[in-house]
Design a protein around this ligand. Structure first.
Ligand SMILES: Cc1cc2nc3c(=O)[nH]c(=O)nc-3n(C[C@H](O)[C@H](O)[C@H](O)COP(=O)(O)OP(=O)(O)OC[C@H]3O[C@@H](n4cnc5c(N)ncnc54)[C@H](O)[C@@H]3O)c2cc1C
Length: 531
């Protein structure tokens, strides 16, 4: 059986940095196993290709939730990257850390080393920020960040509308101030997406001590005497077992990581016993504590033909966008879905902003359909720190079977109240003098929606996952926690989890930056312990 020092499962936002830093240390042989293919699909590198990979089983797990109780039994689509780069290869490229208080809360829960001040050096280490190194930002990290390369003319109107309702301008959402409106930063550089595949896995795999296997679905963590000894994976129909001298590091994401632990006998004993899986460690928290942002769209028709709908639907515009991109790497194809946004205190009693708004200069009825044939834009609103908790549980001992995902969206009064307030705020923005000059019709929720009950019905019917699932292998020291603050699985030696699943609570913003930071920090913890 082949032996490595470390076996890393999953080449995503967290797995990429880990494999790069472990191999760069020089003394360790590292195997990276990724269920998906190499990131050669051309739509992955083109920012507007987001729309294609959102629904592409070649690079996307395309999960679907169970029927959701508060959504009238509706199942919700959950895209998730299945490719080198993981979800960073198919995401919306917004680069946002969340609030310092998000990380301080993790520390206050007892997780030593995870306050914002502790995490900041790792954010800085990963960033190549425009403007270079500063107290708050890194200047020469592997992840190139820009303030979006293509903003479209509508974004300025959105920002003017925000100013009209009194929101302060924010020059950098990743600086101290967060409440207000401004341009998002994005993992886009020279007209191309920056994924952890390019930023980290690419350099790592050029080193002699790194091996990367794609199309390798890890089926089980091999255990002996309370220790992870390696993994067994399936590739090209063959089952392969490898040994890990030091650690197995699971970075399979908020769905994949609890699924793999459960398949390996690490999880709630009753669940595993019911499926005939021998229990190696009864950890009731594996798969629990699931959190996600629930995004609700308000869509508007506009007479102004400056939307992405027009860039794509009008043949001459589409052709010119393709030519511009091919020749110059500029223009509409370099657009990530949201260029601008805002963070707002939606409820009067709130003491920090708890609603996020992403402005999309395009509109659609549903994400699995095409863009509207008319010109339109979208304001996506989501609550930043939901209270609702769900779970992920395997339903069979078959590693190829999908686990059951129950998100429990909108299951608390507070979540419903914030969501309704956020939808009302989106309408307030659309009805400012600035935006009402260009809006010809409110498509969603529609003018007939007039009270809180209508807005809640709209959130139930039209809401969607904002694609930020976290928390299913929660870090902590209580009996329901899965990993400790050094990301070691409780009760199993030689096994760590490092990805979105370890977050105790959601950060107030998109989750990719936090996942990359977790990868950077995990690498240091692993290397320190290996020494
Ligand atoms: C459509 C979409 C848009 C998004 N937009 C943004 C955005 O604009 N900004 C932002 O900050 N965040 C965004 N996110 C969220 C963000 O990208 C994710 O939170 C983050 O990438 C998750 O990182 P991760 O390391 O936890 O998991 P992932 O990056 O998903 O990595 C997990 C990897 O493990 C692999 N894997 C899983 N199981 C196995 C197994 N058994 N064997 C082998 N390999 C396995 C997967 O194939 C995958 O490559 C978006 C997400 C989606 C889906």
């Amino acid at each position: 059986m082949e032996e490595f020092d470390f076996v890393v499962v999953g080449a995503g936002s967290s797995g990429g940095p880990i494999v790069d830093r472990l191999t760069a240390a020089g003394r360790y042989r590292v195997l990276l196993l990724e269920a998906g293919p190499d990131d050669t699909n051309r739509w992955l590198s083109i920012p507007l290709g987001f729309a294609r990979t959102f629904l592409d089983p070649e690079v996307n797990w395309e999960f679907v939730t169970e029927p959701e109780a508060r959504l009238d039994g509706r199942r919700v689509y959950w895209p998730c990257g299945k490719v080198i780069g993981g979800t960073s290869a198919i995401n919306g490229m917004v680069y946002i850390r969340g609030l310092p208080s998000d990380y301080d809360a993790w520390r206050q829960m007892g997780n030593e080393g995870w306050s914002f001040d502790d995490c900041l050096p790792y954010f800085k280490r990963l960033e190549a920020y425009p403007g270079g190194e500063s107290d708050l930002h890194g200047g020469d990290g592997p992840v190139k960040i820009t303030q979006g390369e293509y903003h479209g003319e509508l974004s300025a109107s959105f920002l003017a509308a925000c100013a009209e309702v009194g929101l302060p301008p924010i020059a950098d959402f990743n600086s101290v101030a967060h409440e207000g409106a401004g341009l998002y930063h994005a993992t886009v550089s020279n007209g191309r997406r920056v994924s952890t595949g390019q930023a980290y896995v690419g350099p790592a795999r050029r080193r002699a001590n790194c091996r990367v296997e794609t199309g390798a679905l890890v089926e089980r963590i091999d255990l002996a005497d309370g220790r992870a000894t390696g993994v067994t994976y399936r590739k090209d129909g063959q089952s392969v077992s490898v040994r890990a001298r030091c650690d197995v590091v699971v970075c399979a994401g908020a769905v994949g990581s609890p699924q793999l632990l459960q398949l390996s006998g690490i999880g709630p004993a009753a669940l595993l016993g019911g499926l005939g899986i021998p229990v190696a460690r009864d950890l009731p928290g594996v798969g629990e504590n699931l959190q996600d942002h629930w995004g609700v769209r308000s869509t508007y028709k506009t007479w102004w033909r400056v939307t992405v709908n027009d860039d794509i639907n009008l043949l001459h515009r589409r052709l010119s966008a393709i030519v511009e991109y091919a020749l110059l790497r500029t223009g509409p194809l370099t657009a990530n879905p949201a260029f601008v946004g805002a963070f707002v205190r939606a409820l009067p009693q709130s003491n920090s902003p708890e609603a996020q708004f992403q402005f999309f200069p395009w509109s659609t009825d549903r994400n699995d359909r095409g863009l509207h044939l008319v010109s339109g834009f979208t304001i996506l609103a989501n609550q930043s720190r939901p209270e609702s908790r769900g779970h992920i549980r395997i339903t069979s001992a078959d590693p190829a079977a999908r686990p059951a995902i129950v998100a429990n969206y909108l299951s608390t009064d507070h979540d419903r109240a914030v969501t309704v307030a956020a939808i009302k705020f989106a309408r307030l923005l659309a009805r400012t003098t600035t935006l009402s000059r260009i809006v010809t019709e409110e498509l969603l929720p529609g003018v007939e929606a007039g009270n809180d009950r209508d807005f809640l019905a709209h959130a139930r019917k039209e809401g969607q996952s904002a694609c930020h699932p976290v928390g299913t292998c929660r870090m902590g020291s209580d009996p329901a926690a899965v990993v400790d603050a050094r990301l070691r699985v409780h009760g199993i030696a030689g096994l760590r989890v490092a990805d979105a699943s370890i977050m105790p609570t959601l950060v107030s913003g998109n989750t990719n930056a936090a996942c990359m930071m977790i990868g950077e920090k995990a690498a240091d913890l692993i290397l320190a312990d290996a020494r």
